[in-house]
Design a protein around this ligand. Structure first.
Ligand code: HEM
Length: 276
């Protein structure tokens, strides 16, 4: 399909016919004039747009009117039509709805207005603030720096020596070994408990919910380290235990280490088994 720059091709054809007729009527016309009038039906009224060479192949082709250019155009060199029509509603609605317009400006300045502006940066007020470092109330703080420096990971677990895994401890509890060190359950006064602090070759006892346990055999099996466990020696270990791992079942872990029950300082007498 070929398009013509003139809005009325029929008029152009008519004009060409007129020229031909004129040529026949004036045989004395010079060859140059005849050639010009034959291929340029109305050079004064329909200036042609010619492509502008931008040097960039990816650039949108643009055209410019050059009023001084009176060179001859054959049909193959005719520029594309003005679409939408110059007086159309599309063109009137704004530059974005029309094809590249006829212009004599350079491509760089032509193409810029048709580009969308980059999206605006979102307003800072619409952004959520970064999460605070405050701990949720249902979580405990991580171990302190001193604890984590002594232990190889963030949770404070230590590398247990070979043969001291949790499974090894479970097997030891199932064995017939006396892990309590007392033979039978006894009454333990606060002063007795305080003395069994694991120092100077003495056993380490710790109380939990009114019961006293010998924690000495468990020391090398404690995943949190021997030193941490020793902090509970010779006293009530409930608070430290619950701060470290409330999910651990003390009574299951140390069931075979039960020494006896806490009694007041004055309550002395026969062993608990003899009381029945
Ligand atoms: C006395 C009875 C105790 C028992 C039976 C016991 C048992 C355990 C067990 C089973 C774990 C492993 C927990 C897991 O893997 O989730 C553990 C870890 C640990 N325990 Fe104990 N523990 C005792 C006392 C203590 C005390 C008194 C402290 C601190 C003063 C302590 C500090 C830790 C730490 C820091 C860890 C490693 C971190 C963790 O696993 O959360 N434990 N303990």
């Amino acid at each position: 399909t070929r398009f013509y720059a003139t809005e009325d091709p029929a008029g152009g054809a008519k004009s060409r016919d007129d020229e031909l007729n004129k040529k026949q009527e004036t045989p004395s016309q010079s060859p140059k004039d005849a050639e010009q009038s034959e291929s340029s039906p109305s050079p004064q009224t329909t200036p042609k747009a010619v492509p502008i060479s931008t040097g960039r192949e990816d650039a949108v082709p643009t055209f410019a009117l050059d009023p001084d250019d009176d060179s001859d155009d054959d049909e193959d060199n005719l520029p594309p039509p003005s679409f939408p029509a110059l007086n159309s509603a599309q063109r009137a609605s704004g530059p974005s709805s029309s094809l590249p317009a006829v212009s004599n400006s350079q491509p760089s300045s032509l193409s810029k207005p048709s580009l969308m502006a980059p999206p605006a940066r979102p307003a800072s007020s619409s952004l959520m603030p970064p999460p605070t470092r405050a701990l949720p109330s249902n979580l405990r703080a991580l171990p302190t720096q001193s604890a984590s420096m002594r232990t190889p990971n963030a949770r404070g677990k230590v590398q247990l020596s070979p043969g001291h895994s949790p499974l090894d401890w479970a097997n030891l509890q199932k064995s017939d070994k006396d892990l309590s060190g007392v033979g039978s359950l006894i009454r333990v006064t606060p002063s007795m408990l305080k003395e069994k602090n694991g120092r100077k070759g003495r056993p380490a006892w710790s109380s939990y919910q009114g019961k006293v346990y010998n924690i000495s055999p468990y020391l090398p099996y404690h995943p949190g380290g021997e030193g941490e466990l020793r902090r509970a020696a010779g006293k009530n270990g409930e608070k430290l235990f619950m701060e470290a791992h409330p999910w651990v079942n003390w009574e299951n872990m140390l069931g075979e280490c039960l020494v006896g029950v806490m009694v007041s300082e004055e309550a002395t007498g026969p062993s608990l088994e003899d009381m029945d």
